[in-house]
Design a protein around this ligand. Sequence first.
Ligand code: CA2
Length: 148
Amino acid sequence: MADLLILHGPNLNLLGTREPGTYGRATLDDINRALADDAAKAGYGLRVFQSNHEGELVDLIQAHGPQVQGALINPAALTHTSVALRDAFLAVGVPVVEVHLSNIHRREPFRHHSYLADVAIGQVMGFGAASYRLGLAGLIDHLAQAAG
Ligand code: CA2
């Protein structure tokens, strides 16, 4: 089966337990279950990982990127700092969608810049947990169009 890579960055393991006003009440398991259902309906399997460590995320992109059709990532705080994640996606060349629970442009200025923005085929943000499902739908649609 064709697979997609889902990556969750630092602190997203805490979803649903803290700061519900900013990040909502859905847990990471809730989000992953919804993504797995949507992906299965479109004929894709998922490889899902969360890490609090930048290097581990780079390792995962290198290991899985060449084997999957596409990737969806919420890089969390690494969005605003990580040239390494950007370089890993550029090196592997897998189509990637960037998602955020919050609208980073409505928040502090240091969150306005994303090192992944111009590497990603698209960004979805500001819709809470729904950002992930919308991003996955966009990725799957992109892959269908690319396949002709
Ligand atoms: O809005 C998003 O999805 C972010 O990627 C979330 C990151 C933040 O640094 C980005 O600027 C925007 C933070 C993730 C922290 O996740 C938590 C979840 C629950 C409780 C505390 C933190």
